[in-house]
Design a protein around this ligand. Structure first.
Ligand code: PBG
Length: 324
């Protein structure tokens, strides 16, 4: 039959498909988030995230060496402190768990990959919010910025190369850039979680950092209904001096990610969050989907939508599998 246009011609063999593949992804475009628990003597599994642990300092060291040997692009460190209080004092303590872990990472793998730190108060506050509260119990934007500045200086001193601004306070990127520069940390880069949505998909993360949040984050994180506002947040963070912008979560927000990729003059990253991880793991554990294919499809889709790099809890695993 005469049918001049037959798209299947280029799908016929693995060699053809490989040759015409439009999107590629490599280990250096993956960033591994890691949790480090203060006082832990051995790694503690996070039950809602099979395969993910809260590290001890020893298990952190070996996981860092492993990630570096696989060629992943970076690690994003989260501290799980023993003690929490209203202002999250542990977050800016030079001997706080996140700073201790950062010094270890910077000295052991700082030449091989980019050591990054979460800059947010929720892991450190007893109320679980990303900022400090005012007399009415609302998150106080400008008082929180002061705490973020203290955290930024502590993280920079500890050797973080890239600060992950995940708190969604207004003006945080500009405030931290100014404070870092004034302290001489002109080389420490800022990753602005520019379009971060108030998402149900962060659920398992709460267990991962032992967070005791009461209520929600809807007064500072974005409404999932808003696409245009995502573009606005990206533009704002770029104007405030962000070196990289992020969209988070990833898979439910590919439209926001594509908008950011089209408009941003700086790299655009995406965070495949805890709930995205847990969904695939849970469905695969039930035999309902092919686990490895679902993981790879989710990552290539996030990349196709425009992410230059992806934070994913599977970073080390897939880097190892792709190398085979
Ligand atoms: C804030 C922060 C959160 C996540 C990363 N940084 C929690 C939140 O904003 O509620 C979630 C990551 C995930 O779910 O994997 N410190």
């Amino acid at each position: 039959m005469t049918l001049p246009i037959r798209p299947r011609r280029l799908r016929a063999t693995p060699a053809w498909r490989r040759l015409v593949s439009e999107t590629h992804i490599a280990p250096e475009q993956l960033i591994l988030p890691m949790f480090i628990r203060e006082g832990a003597t051995e790694p503690k599994p996070v039950s809602s995230m099979p395969g993910v642990v809260q590290h001890s300092l020893d298990s952190l060291r070996s996981a860092l060496a492993h990630a570096a040997s696989l060629g992943v692009g970076g690690v994003m460190l989260f501290g799980v402190p023993l003690h929490k209080d209203a202002t999250g004092t542990g977050a800016s303590d030079p001997d706080g768990i996140l700073q201790v872990a950062t010094r270890i990472a910077a000295s052991e793998v700082g030449d091989a990959l980019v050591v990054q730190t979460d800059l947010c108060l929720d892991e450190f506050t007893d109320h679980g919010h990303c900022g400090v509260l005012d007399a009415r119990g609302a998150v106080d934007n400008d008082a929180t910025l002061e705490r973020y500045v203290a955290m930024a200086l502590a993280q920079a001193e500890a050797g973080s190369a890239l600060l992950g601004l995940s708190g969604m306070m207004d003006g945080q990127t500009a405030a931290l850039r100014a404070a870092l520069d004034a302290a001489g940390h002109t080389d420490v880069a800022l990753l602005a979680y520019a379009a971060k949505y108030a998402s149900a998909f962060y659920g398992p993360f709460r267990e991962a950092v032992d967070s005791s949040l009461v209520g929600d984050r809807k007064t500072y994180q974005m409404d999932p209904a808003n696409r245009r506002e995502g573009a606005r947040e990206v533009a704002l963070d770029v104007a405030e001096g962000a070196d990289i912008v992020m969209v988070k979560p990833a898979l439910p927000y590919l439209d926001v990610l594509a908008d950011a990729a089209a408009a941003s003059p700086v790299p655009v990253w995406a965070y495949q969050v805890s709930g995205e991880y847990a969904m695939i793991e849970a469905a695969a554990a039930n035999g309902w989907i092919d686990r490895d294919r679902a993981i790879d499809e989710s990552l290539i889709s996030i990349r196709r939508a425009g992410a230059d790099a992806i934070l994913t809890y599977w970073a080390a695993e897939v880097a190892e599998r792709w190398a085979r």
